[in-house]
Design a protein around this ligand. Structure first.
Ligand SMILES: [Zn+2]
Length: 614
């Protein structure tokens, strides 16, 4: 062991130093650059290209040829940026203690800031040219017409941009516009005093959020979970008027910007960027409220299976059975390709290429970044960071990240650079679908009743957390913003009542309610940091559920057509607005069917669970 490693990273007995991990379990960054000299040469080249791009300022109005030159230069810079950034960033993540690597990573960030400044002239200069002129240029030049969607979307975005004076005035407000969230972070994290609780075994525990979550997820004594829940929520109760005042500031800020830019509502302002109709969010909420039956059935089943007399919010995450089977990575290497068989042989072949492509960093080592991700290194391949620890959760994380990586591979292969990236609105569809296919595969192969229960609970808890809970949060945000839009007061009392009513309308009589649940809303950082964001988890889940429904079951011909449509979605990158892309994949989020698909999926899973534990 490295003696200089911080205590918390060297605590796990199985933790190996990076050089003790066999090469086949580590990513090979020399596929990006042969070494730091090559990286530095590319960095300098990027610096030159950024300066050259700035020199094009003032040329766009001369004609389509000049516009095309600028767009191509911008693409070249973008492609190089991917490699220069990820080489340093991935190096950094494999051991974050290395200060020299971190310095290189920061060097790239500084260069990117310079690039943004050197390119800031482009959009405003382009927008002084009438769209009709740009359209004539595109009609005359197929090479320029490639950029049609990107250019027309820029003009569409322009609809709510103000004149110079107005934009300047708005930009002056940017620093204090972030104040409510900064203050929320300080209040809920930096300044928070975590309470201590004494548990039934006599041990005293400081209730950080991590500890609190761990007690709810592992402690089989209901009284311990109850005391942890009550004490943890007192943190928010004690400052509830401050939290409410900060949230009111978020709402007033959103209202200010939506009005200043001439949007009808705050929701319109939030959805305009991706060209999403507001009916999507309204329909999502209405259809989900109408589909809470299987959610309630699940909680009633849990109450019965856990043999509890009363069933509370703090009883919703404890596992139904104890289970500690290990899933060695080598086994999963065979299961994962088999699980995607419904998507056809081409998909499976591409997936095997990733698994054997020296691009997955599998195991934890001292200093390695926690969690998991898939990084789209344009022009090379997606790289995946895991902290694989042989648990079932780790297996599903791999399936999830593999969905992102396959999306990247197919988008990059089939789209020009300008459309190679995809939006968050679509991103979680393939990752969710990849997990759903893997679940089906595992359910089909298991003959162990405990494993079946654990798999079903994993899937159901996923739907509850990424779908139902997120819709309930979106419901809360929408109601709160509407209060502000109508000029009604937003107080601690009002928000608490609103949250409590929501909890009841989603869970009905399946939960026993605690008064302190009224304060849970103050614990959700997304409300303060990124309003109107979480609904996208739910729309991605619903899209995936509806595609899944079309992919498995039913006659051969429509299934094959659904596979083609889905692969076309993965190959489409960001070449159109997300609603249009999803529509071509057979998903219309302005209608209730995608939500119905989630409700049906949950219903089927709960029925299966009832058969084994009921
Ligand atoms: Zn993801």
């Amino acid at each position: 062991m490295n003696v200089s490693a911080p205590a918390e990273t060297s605590a796990a007995p199985s933790l190996r130093d990076r050089d003790q991990i066999p090469e086949r379990f580590k990513w090979n960054l020399s596929n990006i650059f042969s070494g730091w000299d090559a990286w530095l040469a590319a960095y300098d080249e990027l610096d030159r290209q950024i300066a050259a791009f700035a020199a094009l300022q003032g040329t766009l109005a001369q004609g389509g040829e000049q516009l095309l030159t600028a767009l191509k230069r911008r693409d070249e810079i973008g492609q190089l940026e991917y490699k220069v950034w990820y080489y340093a960033s991935l190096w950094h993540d494999q051991d974050q203690r290395d200060n020299q690597i971190n310095a290189k990573r920061q060097q790239v960030q500084i260069l990117f800031a310079k690039a943004a400044q050197a390119a800031a002239w482009f959009d405003p200069e382009l927008l002084t040219i009438p769209l009709t002129t740009v359209r004539e240029w595109m009609d005359a030049s197929p090479a320029l017409a490639l950029y049609r969607f990107a250019l027309e979307d820029l003009y569409r975005q322009q609809e709510h941009v103000l004149d110079d004076k107005g934009e300047h005035l708005l930009s002056l407000s940017s620093r204090f516009a972030s104040s409510p969230n900064d203050a929320y972070a300080a209040l809920s994290t930096a300044d928070v005093k975590y309470p201590s609780v004494r548990l039934s075994q006599g041990d005293e525990v400081t209730l950080t959020y991590g500890q609190y979550r761990a007690i709810l997820a592992t402690n089989r004594n209901q009284a311990d979970r109850a005391v942890a829940y009550q004490e943890f929520h007192k943190i928010y109760e004690a400052s509830i008027n401050t939290y409410a005042s900060l949230y009111d500031a978020v709402l007033q800020r959103d209202l200010f910007f939506s009005q200043a830019r001439g949007y009808a509502t705050t929701l319109d302002a939030a959805l305009h960027g991706n060209n999403i109709p507001t009916a999507v969010v309204e329909n999502l909420i209405a259809a989900t409220r109408a589909g809470t039956d299987p959610l309630r059935r699940y909680h009633r089943l849990r109450k019965q299976a856990l043999r509890l007399d009363t069933y509370h919010s703090y009883d919703t995450t404890i596992p139904l059975v104890d289970f500690d089977r290990k899933y060695p990575y080598e086994d999963v290497l065979e299961w994962l390709p088999a699980s995607v068989a419904p998507l056809g042989p081409d998909y499976e072949r591409e997936l095997r290429k990733i698994l054997g492509g020296q691009c997955i960093d599998v195991y934890e080592n001292p200093g390695k970044r926690s969690g998991a991700y898939s990084a789209p290194v344009y022009g090379v391949q997606p790289y995946m960071l895991l902290n694989y620890n042989d648990t079932l959760d780790a297996v599903f994380t791999l399936a999830h990240e593999m969905g992102h990586s396959m999306h990247t591979v197919l988008s990059h292969a089939h789209q020009p650079f300008v459309y190679a990236g995809y939006t968050i609105f679509v991103a979680e569809v393939p990752s969710t679908l990849s997990e759903a296919l893997f679940l089906n595969y595992m359910l089909a192969r298991t003959s162990d009743e405990r494993e079946r229960i654990v798999l079903l609970q994993h899937a159901i808890d996923g739907i509850v957390a990424t779908f139902y809970t997120q819709v309930m949060f979106a419901d809360f945000e929408l109601q709160a913003h509407r209060l502000a839009e109508r000029g009604q007061p937003v107080t601690g009392e009002v928000l608490a009542d609103m949250y409590f009513d929501l909890l009841k309308s989603y869970h009905g009589d399946a939960l026993d309610y605690d008064d302190r649940s009224r304060f849970t809303w103050a614990r959700i950082p997304h409300f303060f940091s990124t309003p109107y964001y979480v609904y996208q988890y739910a729309t991605c889940y619903a899209s995936s559920a509806q595609i899944m429904k079309q992919l498995v079951g039913g006659p051969e011909a429509p299934r094959a057509a659904a596979v083609d449509r889905y692969l076309a979605l993965l190959k489409s990158g960001g070449s159109d607005h997300p609603m249009a892309l999803l529509q071509r994949a057979g998903v219309d989020l302005s209608r209730p069917e995608p939500v119905r698909a989630v409700v049906d999926q949950l219903d089927a899973l709960v029925t299966q669970l009832e058969e084994v534990v009921g």
